[in-house]
Design a protein around this ligand. Structure first.
Ligand SMILES: Nc1ncnc2c1ncn2[C@@H]1O[C@H](COP(=O)(O)OP(=O)(O)OP(=O)(O)O)[C@@H](O)[C@H]1O
Ligand SMILES: [Mg+2]
Length: 371
């Protein structure tokens, strides 16, 4: 698709205080470079939708600056607040938001009519965007005769047909059943990449964030905890909350006894020691929590640092993978092994390895609450 140059989105020091409660957004700053998809990921109530609505101009920020393509659209300090219709952006919501009494084509052409696009050009643009979302054969069908996934494609087509400089998507897949959601999330990324549009995408689903985002920003309680590539978020979570929220369900506590550059030796009690990657700047004597993903622990082999013995306590075969509970120094850890065979017997002692690069050590600030 040809069209306008995608915009940069800049959000700096954004704060939103509603009339009640603590701030819904509390000093959030990030940028979305042209053509990039940034996903805001976080649990319910962390401020994702409010951030998106501030960018759209549907919510008035309390503080901070929002710029689209270098133009300030919102800045309370400077008395600037550009209305939504003058921000040149498209929005896709959780609910399908299509016109039920119209056909697919009528729905998609609607924003162009509104913008007084010529008939021939409008036809061409609609055909192009329907092909992009895979609905060419459905053009003349009333939208009520479509599946949920197809309706959401119509909503998407309608938001991108006029090529806004920025696209905002708020949990667009969450009304679909699980199977459809998986299929559409792959399609959605492909479609967005083909348009080359700058997009800000909101979800509470970490698997969706990883598939769709070029970068992911993890939010909690109105704050942006980490912004990074999916790989960084997964393989070097900035804090314990990010590690937990993206699936590191195991934790070991101990005391740092020695530092060796980016790694350290942690005393886990009873004379047991393990090496860990120091994510926080920690010093000897500090209490630490080590987060570990079940899929990063290997049973059945000794491999480099942190090779131990553990007892298999339980196993849950799930067809394409098996979950084991193991006892390591009296602590129960979960291990996930891919493959259709459950290879380890309950009750046996087995070698396990926890490579130090996948043992992330954080300052111990007490157990996490409000997850
Ligand atoms: N109009 C409002 N008045 C007062 N508080 C609000 C208002 N809208 C949102 N909030 C509060 O702001 C916080 C952030 O809400 P927001 O809708 O941005 O969360 P979210 O991350 O999108 O959550 P979800 O995943 O459930 O959609 C919540 O604590 C919410 O209760
Ligand atoms: Mg929301």
């Amino acid at each position: 698709m040809t069209g306008k140059i995608p915009a940069t989105l800049d959000v700096a020091g954004l704060r939103k205080q509603f009339s009640v409660g603590r701030p819904a957004i509390d000093g959030v700053s990030f940028a979305v470079p042209p053509g990039e998809i940034v996903v805001l990921l976080g649990p319910s109530g962390c401020g994702k939708t409010t951030t998106l609505r501030c960018v759209a101009g549907l919510e008035y920020p309390t503080e901070g600056t929002i710029s689209i393509a270098g133009r300030i659209v919102s800045s309370p300090a400077q008395g600037i607040l550009v209305p939504p219709r003058l921000r040149d952006l498209g929005m896709v919501f959780q609910s399908y938001a299509v016109w039920p009494h119209m056909t697919v084509r009528q729905n998609v052409v609607y924003p162009l009519k509104h913008r007084k696009t010529g008939r021939a050009e409008a036809l061409r643009k609609v055909d192009e965007v329907l092909a992009l979302v895979g609905l060419s054969e459905y053009a003349e069908r009333p939208v009520v005769a479509l599946s949920g996934g197809q309706m959401q494609r119509v909503a998407l087509a309608r938001s991108i047909v006029y090529r806004p400089q920025l696209l905002l998507l708020d949990e667009p897949l969450s009304n679909l059943d699980a199977k459809l959601r998986l299929r559409l999330r792959d399609d959605l990324r492909r479609i967005l990449k083909q348009t080359g549009m700058t997009a800000l995408y909101v979800t509470h689903d970490q698997a969706e964030a990883v598939v769709i985002g070029d970068r992911i920003g993890v939010m909690r309680d109105g704050k942006l905890l980490q912004m990074g590539s999916p790989d960084e978020i997964y393989n070097r979570p900035a804090d314990l909350f990010v590690a937990n929220f993206t699936g590191a369900t195991n934790e070991l506590t101990g005391t740092l006894v020695e530092r060796n550059g980016a790694f350290g030796v942690v005393d886990l009690g009873n004379g047991q020691r393990a090496e860990a990657a120091l994510i926080h700047a920690l010093g000897p004597g500090e209490k630490v929590r080590i987060a570990l993903r079940p899929e990063n622990i290997a049973i059945g082999k000794h491999d480099g640092s942190n090779s131990f013995h553990a007892r298999i306590l339980d196993r849950r075969y799930q067809g394409t993978q098996t979950i084991y509970d193991i006892d390591l120094f009296g602590r129960r850890l979960e291990v996930l092994e891919l493959g259709t065979a459950a290879r380890h017997e309950v009750g046996v002692d087995a070698p396990v390895s926890l490579p130090r690069t996948i043992c992330w050590a954080y300052r111990d600030e007490g157990p996490l609450t409000n997850q």
